[in-house]
Design a protein around this ligand. Sequence first.
Ligand code: DAH
Length: 360
Amino acid sequence: MHTQLPLWIDTIQTAADTRQLDDLKASLMGKTGTVTLALKNLGQLSIDEKKAKGAEINAIRDALIAAFTAKFDALTTEAINKKLSAEAVDITLPTRHAVGSQNSIGRIHTLTSLMLEIKDFFYKRGFTFAEGPEVEDEWHNFDALNIPSHHPARQNHDTFYIKTDSLSNMNEEPSQLPHSHLLRTHTSTVQIRALAKEKPPLRLISFGRVYRSDDLDATHTPMFHQIEGLVLDKGIHMGHLKGLIREFCSTLFGVSNVPVRFRPSFFPFTEPSAEVDIACSRKDGKLMIGEGGDWLELLGCGMVHPNVLTNCGVDPAEYQGFAFGIGLERLCMLKNGIIDIRQCYEGDDAWLKHFGSFSF
Ligand code: DAH
């Protein structure tokens, strides 16, 4: 591997912009990156081999981190300097656009208008809005949702834990810290928050930011948005869930009776669980949603697990219900043909003019 290091360093040093650098970093040191995999594979070696190989890979990783940091700083400084010299503005001049023209007023960000559109769909069907905090505790994010501490799903969530005041040694390994507070990894927390305040029957919808210590690339960001839904009443069954989701997909994509597939899946907080796929096809490299023989994954859902209801003081023999969770950015990208999630947060004026709207 050390023979590749000079080439990698060279590629880092000649990266044209921070985006290229992020992609490169993900491919080398991301979850499935070359260096990460090499470190993971160490486990299969003998102790002696592990010592030698481990030291080599760690040295490579340190060299890469140093190169990435240096290049990132250099590119950022260069970009700021370029911007400063190009943007010498005479702030005493009047604005170029006539007041009141469409160019001089802002637009609604495409993520915001999608949230409003979805809110509108559910409000018309008797749902109310519920909220929860972004800084959560383990009970609301995991335990109450039937994800106990030994459950592998906890590891899969790549959680950002928050260091508490009781921390005396800042160099301690994160795994040894008292894990009480965290940035919520999903909006399913709101189910628990809502049930602490209200008792069924209820229909609620929520959306907001969630956080995962994930790679940063065209399809991942450490912060994104989710939409959560919960319906609890007497006699609610999977048929209600399927009907609602079908109608939701048809409305959202403007295709009546859009083909939708419920694929068996697993979530600790629902039983049975399903993932919902929507029909699509790719013609001349263009994605068409609502027709064709391919399927695109859209959301997760299921019947609320009896343990979750019991944890919230609701008798599962009396009330049943369903829940669903949707990644907002993914939906927005599919709907608008956006291929890089990072564009959603860059605040680029031309991009906002193109994808933004004056109303939803
Ligand atoms: N919380 C899940 C996630 O972040 C998404 C989800 C799946 C939410 C199924 C739900 C559900 O309410 O029923 O991956």
